[in-house]
Write a protein that binds this ligand. Structure first.
Ligand code: SF4
Length: 402
């Protein structure tokens, strides 16, 4: 939206729509393009809602079927769509689409469903109390001692039981470093991190066992998160066996069922699955020990927009069903809009703003938050937006100038 003059949309190996960017993005003529746009999170979308995910999966290109390849997933399908293949035809000057139903040109976009209301979270589960994580300098710079790195510089933040807290910021803002102190991957150089009253830097044996069970992580890259030499069944059984729990077929199939996958997947290797399916397997493994806190570290950043919507909806459903708490780490404020109860914005190791998601979207108090919002899809001045960028927009201010 922010860079291209023209857009071509492909599905099942064919271009199904192409034309000027503005026309394709603001008035799509092909249901697949509209479905992609509807599945895209936006900062101007409703708060905490289920995204309009595209049902089903892309077709298997090894099997060719007559008719429109999108027909099994299209909400506007007619019997003719299964037998006649649509060709690209001109719908407006320079704007072509492959769809047998030109009457859909005016169809309005569906809006995502609101998430069921949840009681406000009160009880604190995680506390970061004036946490510092400083790395000492290595070597010298121009004969002076080089400065160390203050990856986290005095962060005080809490996560309440049952809520989704989104930790937002660019790369290098310190959000991942802060999270690593909670996961015991880094030891803070100052301050305290507590989980349900446990000091995570000094747990006793029983507390450590509890932390290992109750705090689980879903990382960004589902391709790197699964051992390609292990079958899915062995991957899911691993955490259960490590904690002395039975890992029978029924239990493992039940985990896959929770994330919408068939029990037959237990016998397969990760390479048999798409990116979205692999992320579902990663989530199933994280759920194996019935965690209380799920840390989602850029968990949907590597997925394309339609799969991203499916995984975000799945995470929301699991939270409603299992009452888990989420720490959602991301740079994407449009994704945050659809999932977060509260938001903390980090920059240069410091939390510059935190509060209820509705308040931050309606009236961001910090210049950095405003700039992040202006860069997000759905903002009037953002990519594909309706107003031209102001001189201050589309530019992240230097962390050292505030
Ligand atoms: S041709 Fe039919 S199935 Fe294909 S996109 Fe158009 S309405 Fe949907």
């Amino acid at each position: 939206a922010g860079h291209a003059d023209r857009v071509a949309v492909m599905y099942a190996g064919r271009v199904v729509e192409c034309g000027p960017s503005r026309a394709v993005l603001h008035r799509p003529r092909m249901p697949y393009t509209r479905a992609l746009l509807d599945a895209t999170p936006r900062v101007d979308g409703p708060a905490r809602h289920r995204l309009a995910a595209i049902p089903g999966s892309p077709p298997d290109l090894r099997r060719s079927a007559p008719g429109c390849a999108f027909a099994p997933r299209c909400p506007h399908v007619t019997p003719e769509c299964h037998s006649s293949r649509p060709e690209l035809t001109e719908r407006a000057p320079g704007h072509r689409a492959a769809c047998l139903r030109p009457d859909l040109d005016q169809a309005s976009a569906p809006v995502g469903l609101p998430s069921p209301p949840r009681p406000a979270a009160e009880q604190v589960l995680v506390e970061f109390d004036d946490v510092h994580l400083h790395y000492p300098a290595r070597g010298r710079l121009l004969r002076r001692a080089a400065a160390g790195t203050r990856a986290v510089d005095g962060v005080t933040l809490s996560i309440r039981r049952g809520e989704t807290l989104a930790l937002v910021g660019e790369s290098g803002s310190g959000k991942t470093s802060l999270t690593r102190t909670l996961l015991r991957l880094e030891r803070p150089t100052g301050g305290r991190v507590r989980y349900d009253g446990i000091d995570v830097t000094r747990p006793d044996r029983a507390q450590l066992r509890r932390l290992q069970r109750e705090v689980q992580v879903v990382f960004q890259n589902p391709y790197a998160s699964l051992d390609p030499r292990m079958r899915v069944g062995a991957i899911l059984a691993e955490p259960l066996r490590a904690h002395g729990e039975p890992a029978d077929h029924a239990r493992l199939a039940g985990l896959l069922d929770m994330v919408g996958l068939d029990g037959g997947a237990l016998e397969l290797y990760p390479r048999a699955f798409s990116g979205g399916q692999r992320q579902r397997i990663v989530i199933a493994r994280a759920l194996a020990l019935s965690p209380q806190l799920l840390v989602c570290d850029e968990a949907v950043s590597a997925l394309d927009v339609s799969i991203q919507a499916q995984v975000l909806n799945l995470l929301a459903e699991l939270q409603d069903r299992l009452g888990m708490t989420y720490l959602f780490i991301t740079h994407d404020l449009a994704v945050v809009r659809s999932v977060a109860d509260r938001i903390a914005v980090m920059r240069a190791g410091v939390v510059v703003e935190q509060g209820p998601a509705d308040r931050i979207y309606a009236a961001p108090a910090h210049e950095y938050t405003r700039t992040l919002l202006e860069l997000a899809p759905g903002h009037p001045g953002g990519p594909g937006g309706t107003t031209p960028s102001s001189p201050t927009q589309n530019r992240i201010p230097s962390p050292w100038s505030a």
